[in-house]
Design a protein around this ligand. Structure first.
Ligand code: OSB
Ligand code: MG
Length: 362
């Protein structure tokens, strides 16, 4: 088994601002496995800084290089990998990069498209929403109109403390009836419940991760006060926490990012937990390249994923992506590729253009 990595820096089409910072370039690590004529890929969803969650590119790469590479030498099934990597605590994003590499590999061995390989109930397509970063309000209004024209099924906007009303009020004035949500990326605290109550009048489908990145208890208290349903993103790091979050009423909706929960196996378990609790699930994103995106779209093509996700086609993020095939969206629907595994590979000229480092791990 040969394993290589590439570190790339890819310019984003436009800056993406959240409550925790602005992304101008995508600084990403891609893995490429070669074995017996099969080539598999995966993408690490961490970024340079630990601002979304506790891992970053450096910590995750350390875990992969010094702990996880050994565990995938015999190309275990993803389920088996989940089991044998449990003794390494946390570090889900690092684990997910290896787990998804195994999923791509094994679905290629089985000669099945990934969306069929991983989903017990494949729907065959993903419902697409868009996540818009914080901008001047006129820019946001214009981007919303363009997104609606393109067919997106749900608009999500980023908010931050002190700007919730100045962002959401003009949006609702201009677009009274659109399916709208807001994502705070953990910007509020237990002292802000009064402020958060102001959000109820905007009739959002849900409010995403208002409080602490690792909390479910305060979210369950907030959920009792708000009429707006709560969606958890950062806090849901395992199927067990998802189970608890639904049980105590901390959320009615869950944003599943395969990279945040340790991979696709856990993503499926969490989607089932949401459904069992009569909640809702959708697939989020981390501004992935076409490699990570193809895993997200495969996962989003399951019947268990009932809400539109942050799964835009490649062109929304990059003028030049690093893959040989691009997703297309029609009427807010994106179809996964119908060839084995993720169905995309690296475009060599884009790789040369954006590569800042490469190396061999095995
Ligand atoms: O919280 O969902 C988030 C991007 C980076 C970090 C966190 C988040 C996001 C997004 C973008 O909302 C989703 C996407 O389009 O990939
Ligand atoms: Mg989020």
């Amino acid at each position: 088994m040969d394993l290589k990595y590439y570190r790339l820096k890819i310019p984003m089409k436009s800056p993406f601002t959240t409550s925790f910072g602005t992304t101008l370039d995508k600084d990403v690590i891609i893995f490429e496995l070669n074995h017996d004529g099969i080539k598999a890929f995966s993408e690490l969803i961490t970024s340079e800084d630990p601002f979304y969650g506790p891992e970053d590119n450096t910590t995750a790469f350390h875990i992969i290089k010094n702990y996880l590479v050994k565990l995938i030498q015999n190309l275990p099934s993803p389920e088996k990998f989940n089991e044998i990597s449990k003794f390494i605590r946390g570090n889900n994003m690092a684990k997910a990069a290896m787990e998804m590499l195994l999923y791509d590999y094994h679905s290629k061995v089985a000669e099945k498209p990934l969306f069929e390989f991983i989903n017990e109930k494949p729907r065959g397509y993903a419902n697409a929403g868009i996540s818009l970063g914080i901008d001047k309000i006129n820019v946001t209004l214009e981007k919303i109109q363009q997104s609606l024209d393109k067919g997106y099924k749900r608009i999500k906007v980023k908010i931050r403390k002190g700007e919730e009303v100045s962002i959401l009020a003009p949006i609702r004035d201009h677009f009274p009836d659109i399916p709208l949500s807001a994502d705070a990326n953990s910007d509020y605290t237990v002292k802000d419940f009064k402020t958060l109550e102001k959000i109820d009048k905007f009739d959002l489908i849900y409010l995403e991760q208002p409080l602490y990145h690792d909390d479910i208890i305060y979210h369950s208290k907030l959920a009792k006060i708000l009429s707006t349903p709560i969606c958890l993103d950062e806090s849901i790091t395992s199927p067990e926490i998802a189970e608890n979050a639904f049980e105590i009423g901390a959320c009615r909706v869950v944003n599943i990012k395969p990279g945040r929960v340790g991979g696709l196996y856990n993503s499926n378990l969490i989607a089932k937990i949401a459904s069992k609790n009569k909640g809702h699930a959708w697939i989020g994103g981390m501004l992935e390249t076409g490699i990570g995106r193809s895993f997200n779209i495969a996962m989003a093509s399951s019947e268990l994923i009932d809400y539109p996700g942050d799964t835009s086609p490649n062109e929304r993020y990059f003028s030049q992506d690093i893959v040989d095939r691009l997703f297309e969206m029609n009427d807010g629907i994106i179809k996964p590729f119908n060839s084995p595994g993720i169905g995309v590979k690296i475009n060599e000229s884009a790789l040369t253009q954006f590569k800042v480092e490469e190396g061999v791990l095995s």
